[in-house]
Design a protein around this ligand. Structure first.
Ligand code: PMV
Length: 320
């Protein structure tokens, strides 16, 4: 009745932005991501027939904000007649600040809840269940370079290349530690309904995915860098042109992009990507990681820098 799972966030290089089915939380576009290794969320789910409500602690502190979404996630994984759950989450990085903490949280919660309830789902079912809670969480079920594709019925997620095959490094420049102003679910709907660029974004996504998939297959860093930066800036253009505008960047976000551009011009294997938050994720070749880390640390406005290799998908670590 108790199980613990660990998952890491993933960083999309070809982004998911917009839903084709809000009720089932299905994405409008496919996406391609890398799963991190060193930023972790550990979730323990304990089912207790005597408990009168669900409870959640994050790093030992009661948290009511995320509880409703986690309760709904457990309802879908276990069934609505389930026992109440005590959920304990341990996270070694800032939550709700554009570091994909919901991806690792829902991936770990899905795996832990299924095990605690004795459900024997396969990997693709677990990914669909996690994706129903948070679209990007489906990708954290898998390790390395991951593609999420749309199918008629739902989604299909697979590893294109395991982490050890192409050990890139991600340096995350944290420019703000507070929670973001507008959550991704609400923001995606604003973009879908109001952005004049939304339909071309959806129409062009498969072409970007084809280029990125080929780059991963060939381990062609420059090709991946070009398409990932293009796709990221295209997503943010949709956000900026939404009404009301969705601008997640701050001045330090821009400075970090400039730092990455300068490094790249100086011959460093590095490119940036930015999600629905002000942090800049610099993806680099392992031999350039120290230089990238030093340059981002020295960039004005950067509060902290976290570095991670690429890692595996969500997994069960304890069961009783
Ligand atoms: O899964 P969500 O609702 O947290 O949305 C993720 C959206 C982005 O991080 C901006 C892009 C992505 O593909 O991860």
């Amino acid at each position: 009745m108790r199980a613990t799972a660990v998952a890491q966030p993933n960083i999309a290089l070809i982004k998911y932005w917009g839903k084709r089915d809000v009720a089932r939380n299905l994405p409008a576009v496919g996406s391609l991501s890398i799963t991190l290794r060193d930023l972790t969320t550990s979730m323990q789910v304990e089912l207790d027939r005597d408990a009168t409500c669900d409870g959640l602690t994050v790093n030992g502190v009661e948290d009511s904000a995320m509880l409703p979404r986690l309760s709904q996630c457990l309802d879908r994984v276990i069934g609505p007649e389930r026992a109440h759950a005590r959920i304990e989450s341990q996270c070694n990085f800032p939550v709700a600040a554009g570091l994909a903490s919901s991806a690792s949280a829902f991936a770990a919660a899905t795996v832990a809840a299924a095990a605690a309830a004795g459900k024997e789902y396969d990997q693709s079912m677990l990914a669909s269940l996690a994706g129903h809670a948070s679209g990007s969480a489906a990708r954290s079920l898998y390790g390395g370079f991951v593609e999420l594709a749309n199918t008629d019925a739902g989604i299909e997620v697979r590893t294109l290349r395991p982490a050890a095959d192409w050990p890139l490094v991600v340096v995350i420049a944290i420019t703000e530690t507070g929670p973001k102003a507008v959550g991704s679910t609400e923001a995606m709907e604003i973009s879908r309904k109001t952005s004049p660029f939304y339909s071309s974004w959806v129409a062009q996504q498969d072409a970007d995915l084809d280029i990125a998939r080929a780059a991963v297959e060939l381990r062609d860093f420059d090709k991946l860098a070009d398409v990932a930066e293009h796709n990221c800036l295209k997503m943010h253009s949709i956000m900026w042109a939404s009404r009301p505008p969705l601008v997640y960047w701050n001045a330090a976000t821009m400075r970090c992009m400039e730092t990455v551009r300068e490094l790249r011009h100086a011959g460093c294997g590095v490119f940036f990507t930015i999600d629905a938050g002000p942090q800049v994720k610099a993806v680099c070749q392992p031999e350039d990681a120290a230089r990238v880390e030093a340059a981002l640390t020295a960039t004005t406005g950067v509060k902290d820098v976290m570095t991670s290799g690429l890692g595996d998908g969500a997994r069960l670590v304890a069961e009783r």
